[in-house]
Write a protein that binds this ligand. Structure first.
Ligand SMILES: Cc1ncc(COP(=O)(O)O)c(C=O)c1O
Length: 353
């Protein structure tokens, strides 16, 4: 068996024990509150990990892109998929209809009439039926209808179109109190009209352990929690010990007493800062700051470190945002106790259509 020490750098590793623990913890929490667990696979893009999540008790998976659905359905991970994206254009609606015919349950979200009409037309041509959720913007300021009235009106318009079946409401991420207020008001409108709302889908890793504060949720979609990252740690949702993904990098230069250069730059760690100050957390030197990245160089400020690495030393960086790191590499190495147990191709890498 290959030892982790023999892996050439830069390389992305996933600690298998930590990941299993993360999967178990998330599943147990949501099950305790009778909320379905529908993990978002954009974090790992690896069917084998999706299978572990299903085996732990997930009700199905979430995908962001059709290409991800294709990879996971082809791999037979599950027959219950939620695609949380407005699907537009003939090429995509054709692919969607082909997938709908292959799985027991493939639900899409939409937040406007154009998408509703295109889906209905494509469904008519294909002889398929489309289940949809209405996406609601409950504070994030991205996609989603803006008010409970809009959610109700859009659902009613689209459910009247041929072959379109209203299944419920969806948001990202859950926010207290906006999400609860929004959903309560929307659900009252549907109830008054006698329209069943079987699915209310929430999401987000920072919102995971408070999902029970939104009693209307039937399911929760969390992605990042399978690995965790510096962003999640900064929200208090996980500790460094819960971070399964590490970028293993070599110190290739020590140009000054306070500067180290790593062989991992933006092409591995990505320049996704989120709201963080640095580009990752160096596990061996917690006082270090990854202050800058060029494509193949990571600049680390060691000013605050009593101990400092030398050229040739190996360090492990927990990235800011593990989901984008996933999309940077062909494979991820599953490791346990210093040994490489499995090499996973990132099968849905680059599936952005
Ligand atoms: C629609 C949707 N649902 C769920 C998630 C999962 O969020 P997280 O990675 O914080 O768990 C995301 C993340 O981008 C998302 O866009």
């Amino acid at each position: 068996m290959t030892s982790v020490a023999d892996l050439d750098t830069p390389v992305v590793t996933v600690d298998l024990d930590i990941m299993r623990d993360n999967i178990r913890r998330v599943q147990a929490h949501l099950a305790r509150h009778s909320i379905g667990n529908r993990p978002h696979i954009k974090t790992h893009k690896i069917p084998a990990i999706g299978r572990m999540q299903m085996e732990a008790g997930a009700i199905g998976i979430t995908c962001q892109k059709l290409g991800e659905v294709e990879v996971f359905v082809n791999a037979g991970v599950t027959d219950d998929v939620l695609l949380t994206y407005n699907i537009l254009g003939r090429q995509k609606t054709d692919r969607l209809m082909a997938l709908i015919k292959r799985v027991r349950r493939l639900t899409v979200v939409l937040d406007n009439d154009v998408v509703g009409r295109e889906l209905s037309e494509a469904a008519g041509h294909a002889g398929a039926d489309v289940r949809f959720l209405v996406e609601c913007d409950t504070g994030f300021g991205r996609t989603g209808v803006q008010t409970p009235d809009e959610a109700f009106d859009l659902a009613r318009r689209v459910m009247r179109l041929p072959r379109m079946h209203f299944e419920g409401l969806m948001t990202f991420p859950n926010r207290d109190p906006n999400t609860r207020d929004f959903f309560e008001r929307a659900l009252a409108l549907f109830k008054q009209a006698g329209i069943p709302v079987p699915v209310v889908s929430g999401g987000g890793t920072p919102a995971l352990f408070t999902a029970q504060n939104f009693p209307m949720l039937t399911e929760h979609r969390a992605g990042t929690c399978v690995y965790n990252d510096a962003m999640v740690v900064s929200t208090g949702t996980a500790t460094w010990d819960n971070c399964a993904m590490r970028v293993r990098a070599t110190v290739v230069s020590r140009p000054t007493p306070t500067r180290a250069i790593l062989d991992a730059g933006s092409k591995v760690l990505t320049s996704d800062l989120y709201f963080m100050k640095g580009y990752g957390h160096v596990m061996e030197y917690p006082e270090a700051a990854v202050t800058g990245l060029s494509e193949e160089h990571g600049t680390v400020d060691l000013s605050a470190c009593a101990e400092r690495p030398k050229v040739g030393d190996i360090v492990h960086v927990v990235p800011n945002h593990c989901c984008v790191v996933t999309n940077m590499v062909d494979e991820v190495y599953g490791v346990r106790n210093g040994a490489v147990e499995v090499t996973w191709p990132v099968a849905a890498r680059g599936k952005v259509r």
